[in-house]
Design a protein around this ligand. Structure first.
Ligand code: C5P
Length: 231
């Protein structure tokens, strides 16, 4: 049964009450759904890239919702209740950070920036701080401290992983969920839809900015990401 349909994925219940099935669609959206397209095979690429990312992070000791892949577009994950927070890390300036603060793109930050947003499309996912999140009962102080620590750990692992394949990890968004035992684990997806990846030598962009800013063929970019991961 379809439980939830997002912009790029559908979540189904399964025969196992502790598991969900995630189906990766071909749809691409940007600017909170204002720009839309269906891009043939994007779902397949993202499912494969996400699978590789979750498997790699699990090996590095990060608990994720990933259980197994079952087809080109589908994976089985642990049932979680997604926290209504988007966690963003920035290593290099880009995107909304540049727009909001009038800062040039491409400046390497001395320390990663950790940001929280309230996951709510109606209000455009507004940025918030710990006090807001606690006041709005989105998470406890302890949970927020864990999210920060875990996210910065994931950033170090992912930065190294991508650098090995000649990509700079500019920034990315994570979502966490509570599993049936109440543990907070990494959920949702990690793909070029949710990470900015630039080639180390040329700064060419291989992520969703290709679609957002018409910077080139999206499938070509994501295919290159997958092929560098696989080689
Ligand atoms: O748009 P912004 O610069 O804040 O995005 C930072 C990072 O978070 C980018 O890698 C973007 O792809 C990701 N992001 C996302 N989903 C959102 C907002 C941002 O995957 N709703």
């Amino acid at each position: 049964m379809l439980l939830y349909e997002g912009k790029a994925k559908q979540i189904f219940s399964t025969e196992n009450e502790n598991e969900y099935l995630v189906y990766y669609k071909d749809d691409a959206t940007a600017f909170n759904g204002e720009k839309k397209a269906s891009i043939n095979s994007k779902g397949i690429l993202n499912n494969k890239i996400c699978t590789a990312m979750f498997e790699m992070l699990e090996k590095e000791g990060i608990n994720t919702h990933f259980i197994k892949g079952i087809s080109d577009r589908e994976m089985i994950v642990k049932k979680v209740e997604i926290l209504p927070l988007e966690v963003i890390v920035r290593n290099i300036t880009a995107g909304s950070f540049c727009k909001r603060y009038g800062i040039e793109e491409g400046i390497v930050l001395e320390e990663p920036i950790f940001e929280l947003s309230y996951k709510n499309d109606d209000y455009g996912d507004p940025m918030l701080n710990d006090d807001h999140a606690v006041a709005m009962k989105l998470a406890t102080r302890e949970e927020l401290a864990f999210l920060r620590e875990e996210t910065l750990k994931i950033n170090e692992i992912m930065k190294k992983f991508f650098l090995n394949m000649n990509f700079k990890l500019v920034d990315f968004k994570l979502e966490f969920g509570k599993d049936v035992n109440g543990n907070i684990i990494l959920a949702d997806e990690i793909s070029p839809d949710t990470c900015r990846l630039w080639d180390v030598d040329t700064n060419e962009k291989f992520d969703k900015d290709r679609f957002r800013r018409d910077l080139g063929d999206l499938v070509e970019g994501y295919t290159e990401v997958l092929s560098r991961i696989e080689n």
